[in-house]
Design a protein around this ligand. Structure first.
Ligand code: GLN
Length: 407
């Protein structure tokens, strides 16, 4: 029994990306990933609220209103796939689909105390997924145990010729295992020492690393000098891609139409001004600006260079290490309405966007409870295509013996 985020197309069902601009729009076809699940007789129980066009970290940017965290209804569930996370958290379904462009599966999973997997870029077809930033977007999975999550990933990661960015590798066989070994894990000093990181989360993370060392893992702390450039690079590149992807919503062929207008330019302007929410408009403007003549080299090209440097760095790390571990979010779920400054909100994506910039597979696993009673966990990242290793490590970490000492 599976729920899906409101950005995944399902033939003859409404899909709106939680936006007024797509009010009552009905899908003309079914997303490949969803079709693979339907072929296996999955029951699609419903469509979940999210941040408009998957832009946000709290599910408060939705035309339908906010989603509440089932563990504490005064708090956000995280975003942008907040509805999909709560649907699993509150046992409304067994598993759900979200999308993760910069953490939108892992961060809500962390805020809701469940598992959130973002497979590597190119692992699951994006055909039939409403695009936010195409070189970052990936369908992800929420669940309560690694076996269920793995099953869904195996089904959905079948090839699809309609998404040319998919891996051409042979499909992982069902129940394929990786050889058990002493895993080598890396972490970054800049991540642990980050000034925005909640003290209790930081202490738990450090204790966990020590406990892992005592439990047959090799863990090393590495330096990532580019750490402070990760979030700016992400927001320059994703808004640029979004400004291009969202230019198709003009109210002429489909979607919101503001009514009579004689002048075409004003017609577009009215449809888009009334149809899009504030955060989406902010990102379209930001993206248009960084792509504009005169600013392209200063922002877009620079951000691309940072992305390249990060990709190279990650490749080097994965030559030596099986996985990277980090916190998922600098805080636990915050209160509804608490955060309204976009820059502060963007900066909180510090731990999740690296995986999307580099196309890595990454997972958030629930392990701990904060003194404010909210859940939080750990993030594990591996090479794209190495999801089996990622899930094996996650399972080991979730076994009580390893983390018991921390609690
Ligand atoms: N918080 C990130 C953002 O607002 C995550 C988006 C996502 O993964 N869809 O861009």
């Amino acid at each position: 029994v599976i729920a899906i985020k409101d950005v995944i197309c399902y033939k003859d069902h409404v899909v709106t990306a939680a936006s007024a601009i797509l009010k009552n729009f009905t899908s003309l076809y079914t997303a490949t990933a969803l079709q693979y699940l339907l072929d296996e007789d999955a029951i699609i129980i419903g469509r979940c609220n999210c941040d408009e066009f998957a832009m946000g970290s709290s599910n408060e940017n939705s035309a339908y209103g906010a989603v509440k965290n089932a563990a504490d209804e005064t708090r956000v569930p995280g975003g942008s796939s907040g509805g999909s996370a709560v649907a699993v958290q509150a046992n409304m379904c067994m598993l759900s689909l979200g999308t993760d462009t910069g953490g939108s599966v892992r961060q809500p999973a962390d805020f809701c105390g469940i598992i959130g997997l973002k497979p590597g870029y190119g692992s699951i077809s994006r055909y039939g997924l409403i695009a936010y930033a195409s070189s970052f977007d990936q369908i992800g999975i929420f669940g309560k145990n690694t076996d269920d999550v793995r099953l869904l990933w195996e089904i959905m990661s079948q090839p699809d010729e309609r998404d040319s960015t998919m891996h051409q590798r042979t499909r992982v066989k069902r129940n394929e295992t990786v050889e058990k070994k002493k895993y080598k894990l890396a972490t970054f000093s800049q991540a642990i020492q980050h000034k925005g990181l909640d003290k209790e989360i930081a202490n738990t993370f450090i204790t966990t690393i020590n406990s892992l060392k005592a439990n047959d893992f090799i863990t090393d702390e590495l330096a990532l000098e580019l750490f402070d450039y990760i979030v700016p690079a992400y927001y320059v590149l994703t808004t640029a891609e979004a400004s291009s992807n969202l230019s198709r919503y003009d109210g002429i062929r489909y979607g919101y139409n503001a009514g009579e207008e004689t002048d075409l330019e004003h017609f577009y302007c009215k449809n888009r001004s009334e149809g899009f929410g504030l955060e989406v408009k902010r990102r379209i403007m930001l993206g248009t600006f960084v792509l504009s003549t005169g600013y392209y080299d200063a922002y877009f090209a620079k951000a691309q260079q940072i992305r390249r440097l990060l990709v190279d760095k990650m490749e080097k790390i994965f030559d030596e290490y099986d996985a990277i571990i980090m916190p998922v979010s600098p805080s636990t779920a915050f209160k509804l309405g608490e955060k309204n400054d976009p820059v502060t909100t963007y900066l909180a994506d510090i731990y999740t966007v690296l995986a999307n910039l580099c196309g890595l597979s990454a997972i958030a696993i629930p392990l701990f409870s904060h003194s404010n009673n909210m859940p939080f966990g750990l993030q594990v990242m591996a090479k794209s295509g190495d999801e089996v290793t990622l899930l094996e490590i996650s399972e080991m970490l979730m076994q009580q013996s390893i983390t018991a000492e921390v609690a």
